[in-house]
Write a protein that binds this ligand. Structure first.
Ligand code: BTN
Length: 325
């Protein structure tokens, strides 16, 4: 959407209850009245319902709930995160697009969103089901100047952002299961896949992919996931606007990331620990190297899980699927 059209939208949204005359709009935005009218027509084509009253002006009545840059940008109140925004109807995976953009020099904070993914990627080489119109499937490009071993911290940071973002737009009590699953009533509602590009000891970029199940019903999940997965609407019993959810998560993400850059991982770790449902419990961790059972003691400053087995040996778990026993 052109930046002028976004400004027209901003004006209409700021004055949602009142009429704004073509003259006022043309003065504020320094464009002709014909240009104002053309932008209004284009917005209508995109699904905005805008009333026009003679002598009074324009008034916005309805905002489309489809996912697009034009429905997201006017609601986005971040300072930088998501200002470069790529929204697609259908992609293989938003991770692949973000990786390509990152290699081409896209700035930190660039967001790629898709309505559906044909080959959505989950952790540990799994597939991530991303049917059309049902979820928030997005990838964020970050370029942090941090040591390579600290990169897992960004996954934990993202989990806190998703959780806080969900809590702002729903009354749902979400919790975090190490390292990166967001659960509601014990079922997974969101997952995170962090992919890193680094050379020697320097990070080029990190792509943090987030999948949030918004409106699937139980039958929409593959059978093997039905007992483990859920969606926000299933839990809330009410519909949720994906645009509101996404801008809420992005806002929290930006605040947490700025806090992280300024003060380090410590405040993020404290928040993560407050929201986690994994610590202090007997768990089984299945890693690519083997299985460990024991007490989930805590996380290190790198975001790595510490598991103490029956012999008292403490194992550092970098990546695994965990289950409470
Ligand atoms: C997990 O296995 O829990 C991680 C799931 C991550 C899914 C998201 S959806 C947006 C982004 N694009 C992908 O292909 N995967 C991530």
């Amino acid at each position: 959407m052109s930046s002028v059209r976004i400004q027209v939208l901003h004006q209409l949204l700021e004055n949602e209850k009142e009429y704004l005359s073509g003259e006022e709009l043309s003065k504020v935005l320094q464009i002709s009245r014909t240009a104002v009218w053309k932008h209004i027509e284009e917005l209508r084509k995109e699904g905005y319902v805008i009333e026009a009253q003679k002598k009074q002006g324009y008034r916005i009545l309805e905002i489309p709930t489809t996912l697009s840059a034009s429905t997201l940008l006017p609601k986005l109140s971040t300072k930088w995160l998501g200002h470069e925004l790529h929204v697609y109807k259908e992609v293989e995976s938003t991770q692949l697009i973000a990786q390509k953009l990152a290699r081409e020099g896209a700035p930190s904070g660039t967001i790629v969103i898709a309505d559906t993914q044909l080959a959505g990627k989950g952790r540990l080489g799994r597939k991530w089901y991303s049917p059309p119109g049902t979820g928030a499937w997005l990838s964020l490009i970050l370029r942090p100047e941090i040591p390579v071993p600290s990169a897992p911290q960004l996954t934990l940071l993202a989990a806190v952002a998703i959780l806080k973002g969900i809590r702002k737009v729903t009354p749902l009590e979400a919790g975090i299961k190490w390292p990166n699953d967001v659960l509601i009533n014990g079922k997974k509602v969101a997952g995170i896949l962090t992919e890193l590009s680094a050379e020697a000891d320097q990070i080029n970029h990190v792509i943090v992919g987030v999948g949030i199940n918004v409106s699937q019903e139980e039958k929409d999940f593959p059978e093997e996931l039905q007992q483990m997965a859920t969606s926000l609407e299933q839990e809330q019993g009410e519909s949720i606007d994906r645009n509101d959810l996404i801008v809420s998560v992005l806002k929290e993400w930006e605040e947490l990331y700025e806090m992280y850059i300024q003060y380090g991982f410590s405040p993020i770790k404290t928040l993560w620990e407050a929201y986690t449902v994994s610590l202090g419990k007997e768990i089984v961790a299945r890693t690519l190297q083997g299985q460990y059972q024991g007490l989930a003691l805590g996380i290190t400053d790198e975001g790595v899980l510490l598991l103490q087995d029956r012999e008292g040996v403490i194992h550092k778990i970098y990546s695994a699927d965990i289950k409470t026993v």
